[in-house]
Design a protein around this ligand. Structure first.
Ligand SMILES: Nc1nc2c(c(=O)[nH]1)N[C@H]1C(S)=C(S)[C@@H](COP(=O)(O)O)O[C@H]1N2
Ligand SMILES: [Mo]
Length: 416
């Protein structure tokens, strides 16, 4: 990480000094074909790289490790090509320490709070036997995914593009369970508590306790799940029980779930207040300090896409067409279209977009690209959702904690 950062700085200075693309062309080892179109201040991604392999329980060593305490690891873009992200490749974002030992038979989930009629507790067996089971393919994306591109820098995990994945989740509808428990008419929010512990070791402190508005909790795709891609949820992703909310920051999808509170006001658990998972209610200039009371809770996540094939840096012969593939997702009904550009955004061409099994599952796009001459290119992809919202080319609204970067993904291609 540190090494790469320095490398970028060195290159960036050089870039600014000479302010001509030929110097970067030399670094890449070939000429940059549409150099005159290249936006000022952007760095060709062909010169960035870096994945640090390491070990994580139940996880592939191909994940990029950001932290080991708490564990945070992301998935390189080219390993997100599957419609369902394999369990061992699914990103991990922990705020505290996962529970040490889990006894599935003794696990329980309690519903309480101002707006439940009566407190009620279920075992996992109760949930499985009392309620209808549902399986949905749902994309989870951390609200801070893409934070590493923020300038001025935003504190927190420096996620690149890989704090996202789509899995098939099996469990029961949260709405069915809430209706069984009985909620009062003044219910406005639900909050979760999990069995992970605070980094300090203090049992009275919660690492995180977030939630969603009651209307979101009642949606048909909002689930309490025990299954991920047909298997038990991996320990690091919340075994044996977690929440799943499509289209909201993944921080709402509580792991190691043991308690749900139904609130008559916005849930005020850990990381619901102050600056956490909140953005300025009105857009601000980069670097602005924003008062807590001027920050609003992030609800719906913006439209986004990733090019998952080929891996950035691939080389292709001028005689061949390059097949590209990727995934696009949205909190609106569906992805309407995805376009690609090979001339730094001047000209766009449509990709083929496939339908998904259900709302909140990511959708595959693909295209076959012919290049006009030898040299360095970037393939850029840009998704548009069913509300007509389009991904921006560069970092959208700067915010103090670095959330919601849905800028277009770029890969580097060398044509020989
Ligand atoms: N109990 C608990 N739930 C949690 C978290 C956590 O630290 N503890 N992290 C949240 C955040 S910030 C994210 S992005 C997602 C990550 O889910 P994953 O690790 O399965 O990818 O879980 C959310 N649920
Ligand atoms: Mo997150």
């Amino acid at each position: 990480m540190e090494k790469n950062k320095n490398k970028n700085i060195v290159i960036r200075r050089d870039f600014l000094k000479s302010s001509i693309m030929t110097s970067i062309g030399l670094l890449i080892g070939t000429n940059i074909v549409f150099a005159s179109n290249f936006p000022k201040g952007l760095l060709p991604i062909g010169v960035l790289d870096g994945t640090l392999p390491s070990g994580l329980i139940g996880k592939s060593d191909k994940l990029t490790i950001l932290n080991d305490r708490p564990v945070n690891a992301e998935t390189p873009a080219h390993l997100l090509n599957d419609d369902l992200t394999p369990n061992n490749l699914f990103f991990v974002r922990n705020n505290g320490l996962p529970p040490n030992k889990v006894d599935v038979n003794k696990w329980s989930l309690t519903f309480e709070g101002e707006s439940v009629k009566n407190k009620k507790t279920f075992s996992i067996e109760d949930l499985k036997s009392k309620f209808k089971h549902y399986t949905y393919n749902i994309t989870l994306e951390c609200g801070g995914n893409g934070r590493s591109e923020f300038n001025p820098t935003a504190k927190g995990n420096q996620w690149s593009t890989g704090a996202v994945g789509c899995a098939s989740w099996t469990g029961v509808r949260l709405a069915d369970v809430l209706n069984d428990v009985g909620i009062k008419s003044d219910a406005v929010y639900i909050g979760y508590y999990g069995e992970d512990t605070h980094l300090s070791g203090d049992p009275k402190k919660e690492p995180i306790s977030r939630g969603v508005p009651i209307s979101k909790a009642m949606e048909e795709e909002s689930l309490i799940v025990w299954g991920m891609n047909g298997e038990d949820i991996p320990m690091l992703n919340g075994f044996p029980l977690r929440l799943i909310f499509g289209g909201y920051p993944a921080s709402c999808s509580g792991k190691w779930l043991s308690k749900i509170v139904v609130r008559n006001k916005v849930h005020d658990g850990q990381k619901m207040k102050g600056q956490a998972y909140r953005i300025p209610c009105k857009s601000v200039a980069p670097g602005t300090k924003v008062k807590d009371e001027d920050m609003c809770i992030i609800e719906r996540m913006p439209v986004k896409s990733l090019i998952t094939y080929p891996k950035t840096g691939a080389t292709i012969s001028l005689n061949d067409k390059l097949p590209i593939k990727g995934q696009a997702w949205t909190s609106s009904d569906h992805i309407e279209s995805v376009d690609y550009s090979i001339d730094f955004g001047v000209t766009w061409y449509p990709c083929k977009v496939e339908l998904s099994k259900n709302k909140f599952a990511w959708q595959r796009f693909s295209a076959s690209i012919a290049f006009p001459e030898m040299g360095y290119y970037e393939v850029w992809a840009r998704a548009t959702d069913s509300e007509g919202k389009i991904q921006p080319m560069i970092l959208p609204g700067w915010n103090p904690k670095g959330y919601l970067n849905n800028a277009c993904h770029r890969i580097a291609i060398k044509v020989q």
